[in-house]
Design a protein. Sequence first.
Length: 318
Amino acid sequence: MPAVTVDNPLELPRVVVPLAGDRPRRVKSITTAPRGLEGEGFPVRRAFAGVDLADLDPFVHMDQMGEVDYGPGEPKGTPWHPHRGFETVTYMMEGTFLHQDSIGGGGVIQNGATQWMTAGAGILHIERPPDALIDSGGLFHGVQLWVNLPAKLKMTNPRYQDIEAGAVTLLTNEAGDAIIRVIAGSLGDAGGPGSTHTPISIVHASLMPGAQLALPWPAGYNALTYVLAGQGSVGLERHAIGEGQMAVHVDGDYLTLAANETQDSRTQAFEVLILGGEPIREPVAAYGPFVMNTRAELQQAFEDFQAGRLGQIPADHI
Ligand code: MN
């Protein structure tokens, strides 16, 4: 998985270890993400399906895009579409997505880069593979996470952040057999490059076979582990978890994860995305591309989109 990596994790700084008296979080649920299709028909897994909304807060939706090995002509994206009231975070581990939006943001997302788009009051955007990838086919693997905004920020100005792979903060565990990438927020005393509107941490960890991880986690944050690839366990009781499954960790100061001794030859490592943040604790009215607080605000979003008030497709569109 060519997200940003290092040859020798032993050279990386260590993540801080839990203190005596810190409480391990317990595992509340493990769910399996169903498969679906998004945009023009690219395969996804709906990572949050079956999880209590209160356990997801401040997140509202997450798709694992692929992993898929496309044949020539098969790669797909989305048409131009609007968003309001939240943020989309797109992290690409394999393959390439082009992004363009109605506020002049845009670029190439690939090889461990993240694009953080704040829709706020309104934006139009398109996400699609480049022509060369459509022609050649190839591996495609990413994640798109939807981060909610509190009522007071739903109509904030739209914003685009391009987080290059090289900017991601890299750490390892005590044994040096894991790579921990802090994409946004903080982990112990380390901070990631992504700027967030509310306190959030997003981490991608690769655990070598047999590796164990204990990660400090603020007691006020929710905590979710989604398995991108491989097999392992979560919690001190070592609940089994594998590719396409998500764990909710509750009540405590740190999370524990472990990779099985045997991984399949394709992935080699136990690859997990670990997410959390301060819950917003407001009513959520979500429909299609809009995440608001009330049905009346959703109706207004549709009317504003129809009237062109969420933005215009730029003249030089891709
Ligand atoms: Mn979108």
